[in-house]
Design a protein around this ligand. Sequence first.
Ligand code: GLU
Length: 320
Amino acid sequence: MYTVEAVKSRQQRRPAIAAREMTVPVFRFAPSPNGPLHLGHALSALLNADMAADSGGRMLVRIEDVDITRARPEHERAILDDLDWLGVAYEKPVRRQSEHAGDYAAALDRLAGFGLVYRSFLSRAEIAAAIAAEEARVGRPWPRDPDGAPLYPDVDRLRTAAEAEALAAAGRPYALRLDMAKAARLAGPLAWAEFGDRPDGPSETVAADPAAWGDVVLAGKFVPAAYHLAVVVDDALQGVSDVVRGRDLYLATAVHRLLQTLLDLPAPRYHHHRLIVGADGRKLAKSKGAAGLATLRAAGLAPADVRRMVGLAPINVSTQ
Ligand code: GLU
């Protein structure tokens, strides 16, 4: 009933409910539906589900399909099917990034309001040419980000607003990038809490170096938010308290802490787990079809075999 008393009593109850909800840890598994799940994903999903169960927390699944040029609905269906088969229980409905462009646009506006966003027009070939020219000029290799990609050259950041406007008006496609030097100055020193095998165990404070990534992309022509922006907005909107994901994203956490600080979003705690490597000793990639869960399943393996293959203890240990 919408009586004044009922509203008042709801308002009085709200702080207590909020305080209780805040103490329940929230985990998430966030696959990109660009291909089938492999053993590396299985480790991530199972660790999240195990930690949520052990800590009495909540377990969410988020479909990271914001890049519509790569995401496929059939992969999403297969991913959810694999998770059900694995026995990973999660809350429904799942959040699908493609349905929340407005949330990312609001975050982008806030960053733009700080003067931290600019249009970048260079094609791959133009980037390579700009870098080659700069390397020849200074006689040193151009810096690369922790993933090995060259940092975006200064050309577009140095354009006047009128110049950028004219290029956009002429139909030149562009992406939106973060002015990293300015953003890092504004945010000041950053760090994150990295916990070990147990979310309630000790954590280590890791100094974050977002500048190592240069002027990261925030949004593209067909992409309302690039990964870094979408992930911080979603983790905050979904109340994620504990991010458990692969070690390949360890250093990217610096960019996430930067964006969280600029957007005034809470900082989750992080656990970056070991990666599962293939027979060639390299990280499993979806594109290689390596150790796909659907393939293992079709070959007659059971979820318990998958747990063993990724190095996790069996779930229903008998106490008899
Ligand atoms: N969507 C990312 C991936 O599939 C994971 C993002 C995250 O866990 O932060 O690699």
